[in-house]
Design a protein around this ligand. Structure first.
Ligand SMILES: [Zn+2]
Length: 236
């Protein structure tokens, strides 16, 4: 027994020298006691606590425009840039480990008040098929899959679809963004999902225009549907 333990530790140690595990945010080598993100970066990540507050700013912002059940954001978008780095990693480096890290954070954070208790599907903001083909993945897949597995709810990219390839939103103001994504989405086989509750997941909420358009598309096309929103961070 002792020998097996010893061997395992030694093997792990050798592996760590050959392929050191790196912090998903700063790329420094992780200590044995650290997982995915080093202690320094982890201490810079601040959970929003929005859904434990009476005035939840993301819910207030979105529910003023569209009829949603609940909405929350995991981490504050702050100057340390750690959340931004992780999301950049997720978006441009196809890093499923980062998706899983965010999912574990969400599971720890959201199990309690029951954000996921009466939901039926987890759906990401879809990329246009062309863009997804080019990028090779949707950056929210691993996050959604992990959440779905944990809460026993299907994660699917086959219900909410993008039908128009919208121009980049980065240089547009709130009104232009809303106009830009107004008819961008559609639902596949809407009749099948009558009365279901969807959680739309996204990385960053900026003006909220994209999420609102997704929510409206679901509510408008699927009779009796309900929508909630979960994002990794939000630019307030
Ligand atoms: Zn780090």
């Amino acid at each position: 027994m002792f020998l097996i333990k010893y061997f395992k530790r030694g093997y792990k140690g050798v592996l760590n020298i050959l392929y050191p595990r790196l912090c998903l945010s700063c790329n420094n080598v992780l200590h044995d006691c650290e997982q995915d993100v080093c202690h320094h970066c982890l201490s810079g990540l601040q959970l929003t606590g929005f859904d434990y507050r009476e005035n939840n700013p993301v819910y207030e912002k979105l529910s003023a425009i569209v009829n949603i059940e609940s909405a929350t954001v995991l981490f504050l978008f702050d100057k340390s840039g750690i959340v931004q780095k992780l999301i950049h990693n997720l978006k441009y480096n196809n890093s499923p480990e980062t998706g899983a890290f965010f999912a574990n954070s969400a599971i720890d954070y959201l199990s309690n008040p029951g954000f996921f208790t009466d939901i039926d599907y987890i759906v990401p903001v879809p990329l246009h098929p062309k863009k997804q083909r080019l990028r090779g993945y949707n950056q929210m897949t691993e996050f959604g899959r992990n959440l779905g597995n944990y809460f026993g709810v299907p994660y699917t990219e086959k219900i909410l679809l993008r039908q128009i390839h919208t121009e980049s939103q980065t240089k547009k103001n709130a009104l232009q963004r809303r106009e830009n994504v107004k008819n961008a989405f559609k639902i596949a086989e809407a009749e099948k999902y009558k009365g279901k509750h969807f959680v739309i997941i996204d990385d960053v909420i900026t003006t909220g225009a994209t999420i609102e358009a997704c929510a409206e598309t679901i509510l408008y096309n699927i009779p009796g549907a309900k929508v909630s929103v979960l994002a990794l961070t939000m630019v307030l």
